[in-house]
Ligand binder design. Sequence first.
Ligand SMILES: [Zn+2]
Length: 188
Amino acid sequence: MADQQSPINIIDRDAVQVYGSRLDVQWSRGVQRFDVSVEADGHRFHPHDRNSVRLGADQFHLENVHFHRPSEHWVDGARQEAELHAVHIRADEGVRLCVLAVFLTVEAGGGAEPPESFDLHALLPGDGSFYRYEGSLTTPGFDETVSWVVMKDRVPVSDARLAGFIRTRSDKARVPQRLNRRFVLSSS
Ligand SMILES: [Zn+2]
């Protein structure tokens, strides 16, 4: 059975308001370095620094960052321009994932080479409100092991090299999947 697949089209008015939902993003501030690998699905940026998120009681460590253009998640029927995925692995058991997604807007940028350093923290919206739901990887084998956190606010990419890469070399987007019996939670 595969009935908890990602991405989804998030309908804002159907999201269940949850107050005091705890998300603590502990990413390095400023420019940090990444090792770039090329997988079947596209480029993966593996951080040198320790970056973590805490979701509720669970701690996750950042394994890779990658980009989709157009976005994978839709909001109220609208596809977004681009989407960052920060894939975190649960610290205590290494199976469950937390993928933090940020919608990006990308002005014209320079070059297509994957940058080996950029400011990840600058891609986090100042407003920390988010949707969350339980879903899957969006690439084969689509494992249903992902707690998705989708930030509500869009962030413009101001780094010209990163913008150039995202415009020209981002991963493809999987089409939205059925919500089925799941709920989407809204942090505010
Ligand atoms: Zn992805």
